[in-house]
Design a protein around this ligand. Sequence first.
Ligand code: SF4
Length: 253
Amino acid sequence: MSTRIQWTDETFNPWVGCQKISPGCLHCYAETMDNRFNGGAWGKDAPRRTLSESNWKRPIGWNRIAERTGQRMRVFCGSMCDVFDPAAPPGLLDRLFATIEQTPCLNWQLLTKRPELAPQIQYPSNVWLGVSAETATWWSKRVKVLQQAKASCKFISYEPALGPPPVSAWLYDNIDWVIVGGESGPEARPFHAEWALEAITKCQLYGINVFVKQLGANPHVSGHPIKLKARKGDEIDEWPKSLRVREFPGVTV
Ligand code: SF4
């Protein structure tokens, strides 16, 4: 495992770069990382950066391992980009889907803030398709589209959560998994533990698996900030017991 993201085993990027699109992007971690090493790949007209051939060989290697061990591996695709970015380098989305077809022992977790085209795509059965939803309003906008897509597993990344989760039951229909998390970083916006509890309760009510990833760098309980030792609030032992839920969807491929 070469990632610190607790809900996946590996990360893969078909290119690097993106453009901010909604409030969840304000402190985009990927842009900060990119600026540290290269920079210039964020913005509407900024050329996205292509990656080496050896990068494209990595999923083939993981697939061999998963085949040999009989243990499927989860791959989060797009930690440094958005897979449905309209400014993606030509041909690379097709190449990504060809790679997904070639690696049937991997569960590909494709996460986007731009699901508009998602319902028109045919997904291989090893794709888990997800949308980010930072507030109830964005949840409603993006989940409505996700619900129409024909992927075998659909999920919501409620991270960085910037407000309470939605109330309406239909916004949880046809969803297999919800990831919950507060924002990281020095300027993290507040995350209220009550939002996580509400999301857990809703998921349990509607039979959805839920994974609480972190309480973030600015956690609050009952309206007051709390101090946690872990910088990102990702040490599960520090949390109230009611929030310690880390489930995965029970899909079979
Ligand atoms: S969509 Fe994701 S990668 Fe793109 S700017 Fe927003 S947070 Fe960053």
